[in-house]
Design a protein around this ligand. Structure first.
Ligand code: FE
Ligand code: FE
Ligand code: MG
Length: 163
């Protein structure tokens, strides 16, 4: 880690690293939930929903990448084992045991809403700090999560109009 790069953070770096590791756990679980959901999906609008789930999976993976990189720059270590994901997660994991499009959309919307709330809390914390780099990163991730919720709710709305 760079000495000055860490010093300008001006906030409790340890606490920040812990918050980012918890978010990292969420991102990996979200990635897998979308990825495996896209594999098992069944029902109306399957192709359209599958495409969106795959796109979101890739974006969650990108979020994990951003968080891990920031954790490293701050002098921390990204979670090293998948077993840590279930321990540290804020939003948990919803296994797509019911593969219907309706249920999978529901589960992932719930996940996105939790993600938005989680990042909102982190963002509020960073507002008062000098760490504008972390602030901008979390703001960017939150922007994606807001878009994810909107994408999934739009698909849900379309699906409900088919009845
Ligand atoms: Fe994400
Ligand atoms: Fe998301
Ligand atoms: Mg999308």
């Amino acid at each position: 880690m760079g000495t000055i790069g860490t010093k300008i953070v001006g906030t409790d770096v340890k606490e920040l690293i812990e918050l980012f590791n918890k978010a990292l756990a969420d991102e990996w679980l979200a990635y897998y939930q979308y990825w495996v959901g896209a594999k098992v999906l069944k029902g109306p609008m399957r192709k359209a929903v599958e495409a969106e789930l795959i796109e979101h999976a890739n974006e969650e993976l990108k979020h994990a990448e951003m968080l891990a990189e920031r954790i490293t720059i701050l002098g921390g270590t990204p979670l090293l084992s998948p077993k840590d994901w279930m321990e540290k997660t804020n939003c948990g994991y919803d296994a797509p045991t019911d593969p219907s499009v309706k249920k999978i959309l529901e589960q992932n919307i719930k996940g996105e809403q939790c993600a938005i709330m989680t990042y909102k809390k982190i963002l509020d914390k960073l507002k008062g700090s000098d760490d504008q780099i972390s602030f901008n990163m979390i703001r960017k991730i939150m922007e994606d999560e807001v878009e994810h919720e909107e994408d999934l709710q739009a698909l849900e709305e379309d699906m409900n109009m088919m009845k």
